[in-house]
Design a binder for this molecule. Structure first.
Ligand code: FES
Ligand code: FES
Length: 153
């Protein structure tokens, strides 16, 4: 249907012209995400300052779905607090591991908005490609939970 076509256009656009596809010099967190099914991998970079995600970017090699989902993830996460970014990941993860009729409670996260993002990110349209669509989200979460590069020196 029309909505589905629109979604596919958004995915194609982000897949071809990924936002924040770069390696920021001042990133202080990073994590690798790898899809064991295909060997594709991304590095996700964060600049966390005073509990805010001031910058988020990624680089690496992935298919159109994983690239598009990573690109959208950077747009959603940028400017959020660390706690908000984690809550968004947890919601994404929960919604991803359930089917779309089974809604739980996710505190402050707007679940309808998140459900739209699940669709846009490809999780809903391409269930067999869920590892692609969630690669960058897992890496982002790992980066947030990782050590601060500067403080670990
Ligand atoms: Fe974590 Fe799907 S398994 S986002
Ligand atoms: Fe490798 Fe999608 S096929 S990340």
């Amino acid at each position: 249907d029309e909505l589905r076509e629109l979604y596919q256009e958004v995915i194609l656009d982000h897949g071809k012209n990924p936002r924040n596809f770069r390696h920021p010099d001042d990133a202080n967190r990073e994590a690798k995400g790898e899809n064991p099914m295909c060997g594709d991998r991304f590095m996700v970079y964060l600049k966390l300052k005073d509990g805010i995600v001031e910058d988020v970017a990624f680089q690496g090699r992935g298919c159109a779905i994983s690239t598009a989902s990573a690109s959208m993830m950077t747009e959603v996460i940028k400017g959020k607090t660390e706690a908000e970014a984690k809550a968004l990941f947890e919601t994404f993860h929960d919604l991803c591991t359930k089917d779309d009729h089974d809604h739980g409670h996710h505190g402050p996260v707007d679940e309808d908005a998140m459900e739209r993002l699940m669709v846009l990110s490809g999780v809903r349209q391409f269930p067999v490609r869920v590892k692609c669509a969630t690669l960058a989200w897992h890496a982002m979460n790992a980066a947030i939970e990782g050590e601060d590069k500067a403080s670990s020196e």
